[in-house]
Design a protein around this ligand. Structure first.
Ligand code: ADP
Ligand code: MG
Length: 202
């Protein structure tokens, strides 16, 4: 972490092209970006402009072809596979555009997964998960399976899952796209509060 400038994410010249030769698709061409701690930053642009690609690189899910991306003081593309998994597990919460909820687990169990993966005992993990579900207005649906929830409710479970282990950096891919206007506003308020909690960026 760059304590002096308070920077959580620093991208310089980040470039990514999918595929090779005539079929290649340039997704990012030299992105420079700084995100401060405590900042709620939204990346807006038309479909296909590279938003998912950029945040996947920031979240250590995808490697760039060129340029540098420092996240919480670490050069993420320089990390090995296991280090990336540990880095994501400990410090990052990711909300996928397709929610990736596990269909055979209840809402509560889905939210508890990242906690259990970080070594929290199951009973304690479920207690914390219930608190996080309550913060997104879903405590009464904790025992429901994803197939029993509306799209918006599934999205809120996915957001709760990303927040449950109290990550330093929360990365959301279109977190309000399946929500009605009012629920979307509520979600933005939750995310804003999350970003303001100490040493956090979003
Ligand atoms: P956004 O999230 O802004 O809609 P993406 O980052 O998903 O944009 O995509 C940027 C560009 O890269 C698009 O032209 C898309 O078709 C292309 N793209 C994304 N993922 C892949 C992939 N796995 N293979 C090939 N092309 C891809
Ligand atoms: Mg996208």
């Amino acid at each position: 972490m760059d304590e002096t400038t308070n920077i959580a994410v620093r991208c310089r010249g980040v470039t990514k092209t999918y595929g090779k030769g005539a079929a290649s698709v340039p997704a990012l061409r030299g992105i420079d970006l700084d995100i401060r701690q405590g900042e709620l930053l939204m990346i807006v642009g038309p479909s296909g402009c590279g938003k998912t690609t950029l945040i996947s690189i920031i979240a250590a899910i995808l490697d760039q072809d060129a340029g540098r991306c420092e996240v919480l003081g670490r050069d993420v593309s320089g990390l090995g596979r296991q280090e990336k998994i540990r880095f994501r597990g400990a410090l990052i919460g990711f909300v996928f555009q397709v929610f990736n909820l596990l269909p055979s687990l209840t809402a509560l169990e889905n939210v508890a997964v990242p906690l259990v993966l970080n070594g929290v005992l199951r009973r304690e993990a479920e207690k914390q998960a219930l608190g996080t579900l309550a913060s997104v207005g879903l405590s009464t649906r904790a025992e429901a399976y994803p197939s029993e929830l509306s799209g918006g409710q599934q999205q809120r479970v996915a957001i709760a899952r990303a927040l449950a282990h109290n990550p330093r950096l929360v990365v959301c891919d279109e977190p309000t796209s399946n929500l009605d206007h009012e629920t979307g506003q509520h979600m933005m308020t939750i995310l804003r509060d999350v970003a303001r909690s100490p040493r956090r960026a979003l």
